[in-house]
Design a protein around this ligand. Structure first.
Ligand code: GTP
Ligand code: SPV
Ligand code: MN
Length: 587
């Protein structure tokens, strides 16, 4: 039975039912009772596997299809009216044509299945900044995941006014990769996803809504939807300063957001608090400062590499009520394992494909490189007490970063907001397993938003510039690179908890307490400006980490010029920044 009498919702659901022809429709109310019965159904069909209730209470295991383990950018579309409004970095198709084609794919695709109606909120229900969505899906995995990642419940229906909600239709269909489409219609606030069961393609509140659609809303309403972590650094005086960080997929947002400072900082009383690990909605507050909220309610984090040494907080967050996707199953005690968890892989395991896997002798990886955990925010030991504050947290600094083996120094500061926007627009990173395609090739990923900006990125850069004009106390903008390597391919910087040392310089710069020197690319710390006490850096490593190689950067400028040339709508101010960088490099 429908749980709302809002005609804008019931009519739309009825239309989708007519199209997809499910055997039954279940309206999700968000209650634990209902979720438990849906999980039980998942256990019965094998879509979900219950894990060891003593060791991992409330946790389940799930596998997605072999050909369906990451986002598919080539099959992701922004179908606004005019192609130029989608811009040169998005796939586009005429919205009418796309709807027509999709109709053929969705027609009857839920026969023999149940359609679930999920009412969800991005942000605190009823808060002025919350946005609502309804996702229709034929996947139990989606239902239980959305219940972790977003705020699901009947209160969402009461909060929706008229047709002011994002409509999402997801169908697994046949999981046919050739007919897989992730499509956004920003003018109708509609998302259609078909033939996938992988999180990033099907948890429609996340990338599709909170980034692609929300970026369009932000453009129209004067705010920003960003692919950013949000963290708070508490100093020994008990004051907390907040930082946002945009790094491309699988480049360290979750890890930085949950950082545990090195002992020497902990002894002094430093702490890091997590507000968000993937998405930030940024608005200008009444006091003229920039405020960030995390629209999500959970973490959809990369499993491999998450261990007691690298990210104990993330690991702790996954010990209860978590869904593990495409990791190794330990058949002996019905738990999970992945590369980088510990040095004790299971002997009697099952790899992510479901084949027998002995971690003591295996030559192949057991977990898919983009295997993930879906865990509630509330399970994270370092979750900020501001995470549920509808006003959000005031931002002191914005950090852009990527994986660059060479080129980018450990950290630099931009000269001002406009230069900072330029630095964001120039962000590049080696590709990872988070998206289908080749891994390890450098690509431009402006503001880490290349796959997530729902409109023309030239307009998006202009929007960033305009936001800067409106913010009274602008955050300083920085660039970091934890991934610089020596000639043998070893990381020069220890990363993880030790990134605190860089955060300290960043925040001290914001308060005018730290020194910096000029370089062609921005303001750099001198070696003595970074606290490296107790670090066993290789001789010369720090010097190299803080070196700007002009020859390498001249190549970078060339690449950037090619990238900029793709845009008709590149703001003049950014083109001038590029010219100025080139001039500084020639000096
Ligand atoms: P998405 O969820 O895809 O948006 O990714 P993310 O940016 O949250 O990435 P995440 O923090 O999950 O990191 C991905 C990988 O980078 C993991 O395998 C980490 O172990 C590795 N990583 C994170 N931080 C560091 C670091 O400081 N140094 C090094 N060397 N590796 C890191
Ligand atoms: C990313 O790829 O940036 C992610 C994971 O955060 S997904 O939700 O799959 O997009
Ligand atoms: Mn992400």
């Amino acid at each position: 039975m429908a749980l709302t009498d809002n005609k804008y919702i019931t009519d739309w659901v009825a239309e989708q039912v007519k199209l997809c022809k499910p055997d039954s429709v279940v309206w999700i109310d968000g209650s634990e009772e209902q979720l438990a019965s849906i999980r039980a159904e998942g256990f019965a069909t094998g879509e979900l596997i219950k894990l060891n209730e003593e060791i991992l209470p409330g946790c389940v295991y799930h596998r997605s299809a072999l050909n369906d383990v990451a986002r598919v950018e080539a099959r992701t579309f922004i179908c606004c009216e005019k192609q130029e409004d989608a811009g040169p970095t998005n796939n586009w198709m005429d919205p009418k044509e796309m709807r027509e084609m999709l109709r053929g794919i969705y027609d009857g695709c839920m026969r023999g299945r149940t359609m679930y109606v999920i009412p969800y909120s991005m942000g605190i229900v009823g808060s002025p900044f919350a946005k609502y969505g309804i996702e229709l899906t034929d996947s139990i995995y989606v239902v239980v995941s959305m219940a972790i990642m977003t705020r699901v419940g009947t209160d969402v229906y009461a909060a929706i006014v008229g047709d002011d909600y994002i409509k999402g239709l997801h169908a697994k269909a046949d999981l046919d990769a050739e007919k897989r489409y992730i499509v956004h219609f920003p003018q109708d606030n509609t998302i259609m996803s078909v033939n996938s069961g992988y999180g990033g393609n099907v948890l429609l509140g996340k990338k599709c809504f909170a980034l692609r659609i929300a970026s369009c809303l932000g453009r129209d309403e004067g705010w920003l939807a960003e692919h950013m972590l949000i963290l708070g650094v508490e100093n020994p005086q008990g004051e907390v300063r907040y930082v946002c960080g945009a790094f491309p997929s699988a480049c360290g947002k979750t890890n930085l957001a949950m950082l545990i400072p090195p002992e020497l900082y902990r002894k002094k009383g430093y702490k890091v608090w997590t507000v968000g690990d993937d998405i930030a909605w940024l608005r200008i507050g009444a006091d003229g400062r920039l405020y960030a909220t995390n629209p999500e309610n959970g973490f959809f984090g990369v499993a491999p590499g998450t261990g007691a040494k690298t990210n104990p907080n993330a690991l702790a967050a996954t010990r209860k009520n978590t869904i593990f996707t495409n990791v190794v199953r330990n058949l002996k005690d019905n738990t999970v394992w992945w590369e980088g968890l510990d040095k004790n892989p299971p002997e009697f395991g099952e790899d992510w494909l479901g084949n027998p896997w002995n971690g003591k002798t295996a030559t192949e990886k057991g977990a898919q490189p983009n295997s993930r955990f879906t865990a509630p925010l509330s399970g994270c030991p370092c979750i900020s007490d501001k995470v549920d504050d509808p006003a959000g947290v005031p931002i002191s600094a914005i950090i852009f970063g990527g994986r660059r083996a060479h080129t980018a120094p450990l950290v630099f500061e931009s000269f001002d907001w406009t230069h900072g926007v330029f630095v964001g627009s120039a962000l590049a990173s080696e590709t990872t397993a988070a998206t289908q395609g080749k891994i390890g090739v450098v690509r431009r990923d402006p503001m880490a938003m290349l796959p997530f900006c729902g409109y023309n990125m030239g307009d998006y850069f202009a929007h960033w510039l305009t936001m800067g004009d409106k913010i009274e106390e602008r955050p300083k903008i920085f660039h970091v690179n934890w991934f610089r390597q020596d000639d043998e391919g070893n990381y020069l910087w220890p990363g993880f908890g030790d990134n605190m040392r860089v955060l300290e310089w960043v925040l001290d710069r914001c308060e005018g307490k730290a020194e910096a020197v000029d370089s062609p690319v921005g303001l750099l710390p001198r070696e003595q400006d970074l606290n490296v006490e107790g670090l066993a850096l290789k001789p010369g490593a720090l010097t190299e980490l803080l070196t700007v190689d002009k020859a390498v950067w001249k190549e970078e400028v060339k690449g950037l010029r090619e990238f900029y040339a793709k845009f008709d709508r590149m703001p003049k101010a950014l083109k001038e920044q590029l010219d100025q960088l080139e001039t500084r490099l020639a000096e």
